[in-house]
Design a protein around this ligand. Structure first.
Ligand SMILES: [Zn+2]
Length: 406
């Protein structure tokens, strides 16, 4: 019986002075698309309660707790549908950290296809939206990771964060830096290209689109390093073949979709903006995705992408993009004041507010402001306004906040 085998695994010891959550994952896929997982989460000492979300398509096989008890299980439909929320509280007498070990299994593919199925004909693409591991309910819980994943056919090329060691049918992923996700692409036929600070994977490195992405990922990495300081991690980028064009970035990791972009007339400016945006997330990913501060992730990355576009392809290319954003966002409504902004507010209007701010305070002040902000450990609008006050005065900061809210 599987559970007994899993129980025999040793429980990891926490690092001394642990200040961030740590995940130990043992998982196995089978060819039919079933996942069996055993995840132990060690929370930093002093944590009194914590809620995790996991997709309801997984059946809980066992829960083992140390220093904690399970206070409740409720159905949850946010930020995606079909979740269970598991709420744990620290045992009153406990003096060590809370350790939560969850064993669960079920189909890796959700019943509903949202255009990014985790398991497809050419392999796996997994990330947080699939809710395939216990995700902190604030969607902001960052953790270090040691994962051992079995059941990956030898011809799957694995792209993941951190130190990635491939066995014949397994992969070990050790990530000593924190992030919110366990993202992984394991696809057949991926080729690899490398530039300083950037690794690039695609099943065809010779396409027009791959050529653009490689050129501009490297170009954007260099440009932003001059602005914000060295990249903390090599950025691994994978192009996956699916219709849905959605791309996303985590620390040192980015996924692009081919998504119909390999048409012979696909403009280089599109790929340059796209690569610039995703590389910029190396510095712009520290605001909560479920609050109105999220403009500091997407609008900031998009503004930086416009700046990269200007450097790489000229002022006219940037001006065209700004014009297009003005057209699309004319009726966008306020970026802030109503929870997480919508797509038009995040990607069209938000960056324009930053373009307008730059015009008001001048580029040198804008560059200083963003460089200071990029060094902040947590990105909130309040922090941004404080730094803006320092750079350009209280009146400018008040006017910018007003613009975010109108
Ligand atoms: Zn983004």
């Amino acid at each position: 019986m599987k559970i007994l085998a899993l129980l025999a695994l040793a429980i990891a010891a926490p690092a001394a002075g642990q200040t961030e959550p740590h995940y130990e994952m043992r998982a196995a896929f089978d060819p039919s698309g079933a996942l069996e997982a055993d995840v132990e989460i060690v929370l930093p000492p002093g944590t009194r309660e914590k809620t995790f979300l996991l997709s309801r398509r997984f059946e809980l096989r066992g829960v083992m707790l140390s220093g904690a008890s399970l206070a409740g299980v409720t159905a949850a439909e946010s930020p995606v549908e079909g979740l269970y929320a598991y709420r744990f509280v620290a045992a009153p007498e406990a003096n060590g950290p809370m350790r939560l070990r969850l064993l669960y299994g079920g189909p890796i593919n959700p019943a509903e296809d949202n255009g990014v199925r985790p398991l497809r004909d050419d392999g796996f693409e997994l990330f947080i939206d699939h809710m395939w591991f216990p995700v902190g309910a604030d969607i902001q819980t960052r953790f270090t990771l040691d994962a051992e994943i079995e059941g990956l056919a030898p011809d799957l090329v694995v792209v993941a964060q951190g130190e990635v060691t491939r066995g014949p049918t397994s992969v070990r992923i050790r990530r000593d830096y924190i992030d919110i996700d366990i993202p992984m692409v394991a696809m057949r036929g991926l080729e690899r290209a490398e530039a300083p600070g950037v690794e690039f994977f695609s099943r065809d490195l010779g396409t027009r689109l791959s050529t653009f992405y490689i050129r501009h990922s490297e170009g954007a990495a260099r440009y932003f390093e001059r602005w914000f300081g060295p990249l903390a991690q090599t950025v691994r980028m994978a192009v996956v073949w699916r219709d849905r064009p959605m791309a996303y970035a985590r620390t040192g990791y980015t996924v692009f979709s081919e998504g119909g972009r390999s048409a012979p007339d696909y403009p280089e400016s599109g790929a340059a903006r796209h690569a610039g945006h995703e590389v910029a997330h190396a510095w712009w990913m520290l605001a909560s995705p479920i609050t109105d501060d999220f403009w500091l992730v997407e609008s900031a990355a998009e503004y930086c992408a416009i700046r990269y576009l200007e450097t790489a392809l000229g002022a006219e290319a940037a001006a065209e993009m700004i014009e297009e954003k003005r057209r699309v966002s004319a009726d966008a409504g306020p970026v802030m004041g109503h929870g997480r902004p919508n797509r038009v507010q995040l990607y069209q209007k938000g960056p324009l507010l930053l373009v307008d701010l730059e015009r008001r305070i001048g580029r040198p002040a804008m560059d200083r402001l963003l460089a200071e902000m990029a060094r902040e450990p947590v990105h909130t609008t309040a922090v941004f306004l404080r730094l803006l006050t320092g750079v350009a005065g209280a009146e400018v900061a008040a006017a910018f906040e007003q613009a975010l809210r109108s």
